[in-house]
Design a protein around this ligand. Structure first.
Ligand SMILES: [Zn+2]
Length: 497
């Protein structure tokens, strides 16, 4: 193959830029998480001021006095205030926990200062966890679909070959999100971290005082010491959240890039460490190593190798992968090789893809799989062409998700290329054959310059009296021999003039 591929430096620079983009995007998640932590901090400082009042500012508090004070009752307003926090806690476990604290008989009629503070701590930490979970999940999903698209774009851009690419499927996104690669899935880890944080505050701040463990430290100014302890601990909590978001972003991005390699037919990648003063020894040691995509192991030869890892990978584009890309870039019907326009940006490419998908009812079926678009009318048969062979035929033709899945499974390479032409073949076929093996089934065959396609349609008849529409059963490409055989065995219903 005489194609001139860009240098290794080009591919490495692109891969590094991509990882930069994902990590920069994760700042957005961290700003949201940071906001939640600082709101919790403000709220809890306010709670301490309110619950402990001026009394806590006394410097001469003994251990016994501190305990008596913590056991003293708060007013009913505190109870009401906690009830108002309930709607912000939607996680079932955290909600049940908070409800139990608020509704404990002792709390209901005579809630102590300690109980009120404890309940506030758990309520605030649950809200932090929920905000973190929502922001992280949205951010990770964004990273996954972005990484998949950008990687394929860089590959197409670098090779000059443009072939049709679908967005990463919702199923594939879920699979990456739900992979407990580090032993614990990120959502569970977020809850565990938040629970540990709340437990620490409860034990160290409230419990410690009750048992007199920390009273010597705290008795000089109860509220001040408590506030300092709380703020310090929340800082630690935020740093844990930051590590989680950064490390998971590295994981999600590298997984999505791996999916893109598979889509592009790439069998090997090279490990790419960001070499600077902060590079870890394990990543430095892996830098440049060539790994089989099928055998990639997270934490061993696929980043992240450690918390805060910034390493990534570079596609190793071999002859075979390149040949595969050329096959896919070649329009099976016109025989032309599709090229990526040289002055196009990723944003423009992405927009044209989305626009194409939206224009095509067929493809939007696949992309909006989670929406309620189970059945789409993709074409209308000109029933005059059938010359009454089947009686009154319903002209609308639908293509169901189930059939798309079938076609993609059996003829995946064809489907990507043929999808756009299906309505065309139904509406202006070169000829129509009656399927002699299946009842009420027609073959809509369209000839193109270099090849032909066959769209098999099960015809819905008016006399069936059901609300079924005619529907595509399968689609495939036809070679000349098969075409001749089909014409011999099945009666011809229509020939284009
Ligand atoms: Zn690393």
């Amino acid at each position: 193959m005489s194609r001139n591929l860009p240098s290794n430096a080009y591919w490495s620079a692109r891969a590094e830029q991509r990882m930069d983009t994902y990590l920069r995007d994760s700042e957005q998640t961290l700003r949201t998480v940071g906001g939640a932590f600082s709101r919790a901090n403000d709220n809890l400082l306010g709670d301490i001021d309110r619950i402990f009042g001026n009394y806590a500012k006394r410097h001469d508090l003994t251990q016994e006095q501190a305990r008596t004070y913590l056991e003293g009752a708060v007013g009913h307003a505190e109870y009401e205030r906690l009830l108002a926090k309930l709607p912000g806690v939607t996680d079932p476990v955290a909600r049940a926990d908070l409800l139990a604290r608020i509704n404990a008989p002792s709390a209901r009629y005579r809630m102590s200062r300690a109980e009120a503070l404890q309940a506030n701590i758990y309520a605030e930490m649950s809200q932090v966890a929920e905000v973190q979970l929502g922001a992280a999940t949205a951010g990770f999903q964004r990273t996954i679909s972005d990484a998949y698209g950008r990687t394929l774009w860089d590959i197409q851009r670098g090779t000059g070959l443009g072939w049709r690419v679908d967005a990463i499927s919702p199923g594939a996104i879920q699979e990456i999100l739900h992979n407990p690669w580090s032993g614990v899935r990120y959502d569970k880890r977020i809850w565990t971290n938040q629970r540990a944080l709340a437990d620490w505050m409860d034990k160290e701040l409230v419990g410690g005082m009750m048992e007199g463990r920390s009273v010597a430290r705290m008795s000089r100014d109860l509220a001040k010491r408590m506030k300092e302890g709380l703020t310090d601990r929340l800082d630690v909590g935020y740093r844990e959240a930051e590590r989680l978001v950064r490390t998971e972003t590295c994981f999600m991005a590298n997984q999505a890039e791996l999916q893109a390699y598979k889509e592009a037919g790439i069998t090997h990648y090279r490990f790419l460490a960001t070499l600077d003063g902060k590079t870890s020894p394990e990543c430095k040691a892996m830098d440049g190593k060539r790994i089989a995509v099928a055998k990639a192991q997270v934490g061993v030869d696929l980043p992240p190798l450690h918390p805060y890892c910034r390493s990534t990978t570079v596609a190793d584009i071999g002859e075979e992968a390149l040949a595969g890309m050329e096959r896919r870039a070649r329009d099976p019907l016109t025989g032309e090789l599709t090229k990526v326009p040289g002055d196009m940006t990723y944003g423009e490419w992405h927009t044209t893809l989305v626009a194409k998908w939206e224009k095509s009812d067929i493809l939007s079926n696949g992309i909006r799989a989670q929406e309620d678009t189970k059945v789409q009318v993709i074409a209308k048969i000109d029933t005059d062409m059938l010359s009454g062979r089947w009686g009154q035929v319903r002209a609308n033709v639908v293509l169901t998700d189930e059939r798309i899945a079938h076609i993609v499974e059996r003829h995946s390479e064809d489907y990507a290329a043929l999808a756009e032409h299906i309505p065309f073949a139904i509406q202006s076929p070169s000829f129509i054959l009656e399927d002699s093996k299946h009842e009420n089934t027609a073959m809509f065959i369209r000839r193109f310059e270099n090849s032909s396609m066959n769209v098999l349609v099960r015809l819905a008849l008016e006399k069936d009296q059901s609300d079924l529409e005619s529907s595509v059963i399968t689609v495939f490409r036809l070679g000349e021999t098969t075409l001749r055989r089909l014409k011999k065995r099945n009666p011809i219903v229509y020939i284009a003039p």
